[in-house]
Ligand binder design. Structure first.
Ligand SMILES: Nc1ncnc2c1ncn2[C@@H]1O[C@H](COP(=O)(O)OP(=O)(O)OP(=O)(O)O)[C@@H](O)[C@H]1O
Ligand SMILES: [Mg+2]
Length: 237
């Protein structure tokens, strides 16, 4: 059961130095599955994810979870495009969110051991996290994000610089997480990935939500010229 949702975003704007980066946006996130956020460079994908996760304060409007803010915060995770990793072993990095929540170090390491093996990182578990490969780092970031059993998981282009194999592994982990009930919102530039993963699509242009549709409809019969142009690979301005 997902207690965090629905998430309601009403009339929200994000501005920096007087410039509007995002909005006004009205949006409700509920249900299950994977929402993919698409849009050209600079369209506001990262800003939207950061806003939903509480990293970006809206100038106007509201971002409301179904539970109080602090509770909502503790049940969501964020995977950044470039993971921020501590100078600890892979195993300790994955265990860390659990010890932060009060679990004993040995219990946390035990749980992390399972998660690290599931993520295909068993061979590198004792290496210092900054030393492992880019694909391994992103798998680590995902394992660390999932170990607290979040209800909602945000990911900002997690596979941006990964090869096909690492991307496939991450996609499998995301599918498994979604099946187990984690509500996923993720941005990507990779249309193939969007087609493989999306249950629904949010399409942004110029900080505005131009189209929202279930994936089949978005890819099959986009309703706006902008979405059609984007899918055809024509550049949007
Ligand atoms: N800290 C900031 N200060 C000023 N402008 C910013 C800041 N962060 C982002 N922007 C601007 O906000 C707009 C939206 O940026 P955002 O990073 O959300 O887009 P994006 O869709 O994630 O782009 P990309 O596909 O390149 O990752 C861009 O025009 C960007 O230049
Ligand atoms: Mg971005």
């Amino acid at each position: 059961m997902n207690y965090l949702l629905p998430l309601r975003v009403s009339d929200v704007e994000v501005r920096r130095k007087g410039r509007r980066l995002l909005g006004p946006i009205c949006l409700a996130i509920e249900g299950t599955g994977i929402t993919i956020i698409l849009g050209p460079n600079g369209s506001g994908k990262t800003s939207l994810l950061r806003l939903l996760h509480g990293l970006e304060r809206p100038l106007g409007g509201k971002v409301e979870w179904n539970v109080p803010e602090a509770k909502a915060q503790s049940a969501q995770s964020f995977v950044f495009q470039t993971p921020i990793l501590m100078r600890r072993s892979v195993l300790d990095c994955v265990a860390y969110p659990l010890t932060l929540r009060g679990m004993s170090r040995s219990a946390a390491r035990e749980a992390a051991e399972v998660a690290v093996n599931d993520a295909g990182l068993g061979k590198v578990k004792d290496l210092a996290a900054p030393m492992i490969s880019g694909g391994e780092k992103q798998k680590l970031a995902l394992a660390r994000a999932l170990i607290t059993n979040p209800e909602v998981l945000f990911l900002d282009e997690p596979c941006a610089s990964l090869d096909g194999r690492a991307t496939g592994d991450i996609e499998n982990s995301l599918r498994a997480a979604a099946l187990s009930g984690v509500r996923i919102l993720m941005s990507t530039h990779d249309l193939g990935q969007a087609r493989r993963l999306a249950d629904e699509v949010l399409f942004l242009v110029g900080g505005r939500l131009v189209e929202r549709a279930d994936a089949k409809r978005f890819f099959g019969e986009p309703q706006t010229g902008e979405a059609q142009a984007f899918l055809d690979g024509r550049i949007l301005v």
